[in-house]
Design a protein around this ligand. Structure first.
Ligand SMILES: [Zn+2]
Ligand SMILES: [Zn+2]
Length: 366
């Protein structure tokens, strides 16, 4: 069959909307009609080269849709199921899966970062030449063939644009708070960056009963969305971020500080913003090969903890339905995360808006 899709041919060039050939799902694979796909910075890292990947590639890793067909040996989902796509499929039997850390599963790392399905081959092509799949999902497209391990069934009452965000930003941000840091009620929390992941971290912090919840961003208009999603305070451009956070936390610094920007200088600032004995959680993806200068003397003497969090230390099969349920019960305001929606043909405009700081989250609706 064929599908329209957004293709990145070369770094630092616009996405091109193309009609591609898409093979039928093979054993262990699922054909999904994509309904919505979020516009996430991790896709932009492909454009800048901060994330290295085989090209040409169809990006899109924050998606939701409806199962159209299944390959052999697929019993977990069937046509008509609504699914959220998991960009970190896990095997269930490697060291990490057996030790309750499926977001660190290493079984599928090679094919996922090779841009293929689990058997090492892509299903997308144009004029016979292979086109690669980002995160084995490639959901900036009307249809996607994905591994069954990437499909998590979701309640059909959840709107597809909300379901898509659960597939990346929400799970990364809320999971960083609930799974990775396990923030206790009454804790003080500061969150650097008020994009999709940062605002989801704010949502998670409120859900955990944190107070104050301080959002920090270099774009002043982000204050509105940050406060709507539960930030008790906002520190904007032109302010001394560290001073402002200390002033709001008894002069000590916050109990927990989350970086959602992936900018090394901001990651360093997080260590200044956290109190002695507190925890810094790094959620934003820094460019591959970059490094961050963190003073070991301070970490030791002040017993500060620095932790990474990848995909919110998630168990997608457990966490996606949980977040969807919280949304349906009015406990997780995911509608307010969505600033606007775009058609697939508007994808370059959507990324321009993301880079201009205009979006909490933008969503491509197919
Ligand atoms: Zn993402
Ligand atoms: Zn595994």
């Amino acid at each position: 069959m064929q599908t329209r899709a957004a293709v990145l041919y070369e770094p630092n060039t616009p996405f091109v909307i193309e009609t591609l050939d898409l093979e039928a799902p093979r054993a262990g694979e699922v054909l999904v009609k994509v309904a919505a796909a979020g516009v996430c910075h991790s896709d932009w890292h492909l454009v800048t080269g901060a994330t290295q990947h085989p090209l040409p590639v169809v990006p899109g890793h924050e998606g939701a849709g409806i199962v159209q067909a299944v390959g052999e040996e697929v019993t977990q989902v069937q046509p008509g199921d609504h699914v959220i796509l998991n960009w970190a499929p896990s095997c269930g039997h490697c060291f990490y899966c057996l030790h309750d850390r499926p977001s660190l599963c290493d079984t599928y790392l090679d094919p996922v970062w090779g841009g293929t399905m689990m058997d090492g081959t892509p299903r997308l092509s144009k004029d016979g030449a292979p086109i690669y799949h980002f995160c084995a999902l490639a959901c900036f497209a009307e249809y996607a063939v994905v591994p069954v391990e990437s499909c998590v069934r979701v309640n059909k009452d959840v709107p597809s644009s909300v379901a898509a965000l659960i597939g990346c930003a929400v799970t990364t941000g809320v999971g960083a708070v609930l799974n990775t840091a396990q923030v206790a009620p009454g804790s003080s929390v500061a969150v650097f960056g008020a994009g999709g992941v940062g605002l989801s971290t704010v949502l998670g912090a409120r859900l955990a009963g944190a107070d104050p919840v301080i959002a920090i961003d270099r774009v002043a208009p982000k204050e509105n969305s940050a406060r709507r999603l539960g930030a008790t305070h906002f520190v904007g451009p032109g302010e001394d971020h560290i001073e402002a956070i200390r002033k709001l936390t008894g002069g000590r610094g916050a109990d927990y500080v989350f970086d959602t920007t992936g900018v090394p200088a901001v990651q360093s600032a997080c260590l200044d913003a956290v109190r002695p004995g507190g925890t810094v959680v790094l959620a934003g993806l820094a460019p591959m090969g970059s490094s961050t200068d963190l003073p070991g003397a301070v970490i030791t003497r002040q017993e500060k903890t620095v932790s990474g969090t990848y995909y919110g230390s998630a168990h997608p099969a457990r966490d996606f339905p949980h977040y969807a349920d919280l949304y349906l019960r009015g406990k997780l305001d995911l509608d307010s995360l969505i600033t606007r929606t775009y058609a697939l043909d508007q994808i370059n405009e959507a990324f321009a808006d993301l880079l201009a700081g205009k979006l909490a989250r933008g969503v491509i609706v197919m």
